[in-house]
Design a binder for this molecule. Structure first.
Ligand code: AMP
Ligand code: MG
Length: 406
């Protein structure tokens, strides 16, 4: 099944990804602008963090011989070190420096004695015997050292990684631009939600879903005005889209009114994937236009479009963004038995549950009809059944693709 005619999910995805390249890197400020972007360069530390031995407590810092293990010691306080205002001098035996959390320890300092163990009297401080639980000093470079690679190229920036970039002093970083996508629904029966449908029309639910989903996945998605089942109208809508990837919904099959591929053929489409041995979503196709724009064709049935978006569109967006392409699969135990599968890989809409003993279970929703919008709205995950898989009993481990639900 490696021919273009009917490819396996894996072969089809690989064929699509072979054409997906990120655009040239751009600098962005380390902040909200960089959120969810993919690094195009490694972020390397140019300074130790902390850049000095730092106090981990408020208290008094003393030399290695400044404290007794058994008796109280009285020392002369020679100055103060606060965060942002270090003590300039040296610390010698018999002396202490008043110190606060985050302040640099002066040369000679070996311990910080927490202030709870100190009694101050003028320029003298009496310290209780040494607390064996630690030095309360965070050594220079304990977090990271100059030269350390903190984040590799290809990593997606989330708030925690942005924090690391900032801690390393980076004001901006090189990232990949968000891939630009155009989403086009096709079909004479479609009207916009909010409009008044004729009795033989339905609302377009596919393109709002995919526009939102691809935005969450890190693309700059624009929704084109739905086109009717008309070769010229479809070709005209696609022709003007200034994007890297066009996603077409509907008209993917080979019926008299399935005009997505014939319309794109007018624009010189090179068909890379003609159909996929997947359930739902067999008519899914993929091609490349002469100007390099990619086109993913999804079937119009809502569940087919959304399943194949997870299997193909998410990896394509990842690759166009410069990230390692998903999908990211996990394992779960079946909550109920399943019959043998047919010749197409089946991705069933399922709910996930956590049992009290820490095991995650997956339960396919009752009705797997590909036309149902309600079922997807209730699903947590897609449960994979391999092509020709034998019947399985409850409790067996299954491969699951979790949906990004919150
Ligand atoms: P098609 O892929 O064009 O053969 O459409 C298959 C089924 O999906 C038909 O019942 C269509 O009415 C329906 N459909 C097509 N596009 C959409 C869409 N954007 N939103 C909701 N349903 C759609
Ligand atoms: Mg149609």
């Amino acid at each position: 099944m490696s021919s273009r005619k009917l490819m396996t999910v894996e072969a089809a995805r690989a064929a699509m990804l072979a054409h997906a390249r990120p655009r040239a890197a751009i600098p962005v400020k380390v902040g909200v602008e960089a959120l969810d972007r993919v690094l195009a360069e490694p972020v390397t530390a140019t300074r130790d963090q902390p850049p000095f031995d730092a106090a981990a407590m408020d208290g008094y810092t003393v030399t290695a011989s400044g404290l007794s293990d058994t008796a109280s010691t009285t020392l002369r306080v020679i100055g103060e070190s606060a965060a942002g205002h270090g003590f300039a001098g040296l610390l010698n035996d018999g002396e202490a420096v008043r110190i606060f959390t985050g302040a640099p320890c002066p040369p000679g300092a070996a311990f910080v004695v927490p202030q709870e163990l100190a009694a101050r009297d003028g320029d003298q401080v009496t310290l209780k015997p040494r607390d064996q639980s630690g030095s309360y000093i965070r050594p220079r470079g304990a977090d990271f050292r100059s030269g350390d690679v903190l984040l590799a190229a290809g990593v997606r920036l989330d708030p925690w990684r942005l924090s690391l970039c900032a801690a390393a002093g980076r004001g901006d970083v090189l990232v990949r631009p968000r891939p630009r996508l155009a989403i086009l629904s096709t079909g004479d029966e479609l009207v916009e939600a909010g409009a008044s449908p004729k009795p033989d029309q339905i609302f377009d639910s596919g393109s709002p879903a995919l526009t939102a989903l691809t935005t969450v996945w890190g693309a700059d998605a624009v929704r084109l005005r739905p086109a009717g089942d008309d070769v010229a109208a479809i070709a005209a809508a696609v022709e003007k889209a200034e994007v890297e990837l066009i996603v077409m919904i509907g008209g993917a099959s080979v019926g008299d009114h399935d005009l997505a591929k014939p319309a794109l053929a007018r624009l010189g489409l090179e068909l890379v994937v003609e159909s996929v041995a997947v359930r739902p979503g067999k008519p899914t196709w993929f091609g490349v236009l002469p100007d390099g724009r990619l086109v993913l064709g999804l079937p119009g049935n809502p569940a087919s479009a959304l399943v194949c978006a997870e299997l193909f569109l998410l990896p394509l967006i990842d690759a166009l963004s410069g990230a390692a392409p998903g999908p990211n699969l996990i394992a779960a135990r079946l909550a109920s038995p399943l019959p043998a599968n047919g010749p197409r890989e089946h991705w069933m809409r399922a709910t996930l549950a956590h049992s009290l003993d820490g095991v995650m279970t997956a339960e396919p929703l009752k009705d797997q009809d590909s036309s149902l919008v309600t079922v997807f709205a209730a699903a947590d995950a897609l449960l994979m059944r391999a092509a020709n898989a034998p019947a399985v009993v409850a409790g067996e481990v299954a491969t699951v693709l979790p949906l990004m639900r919150r």
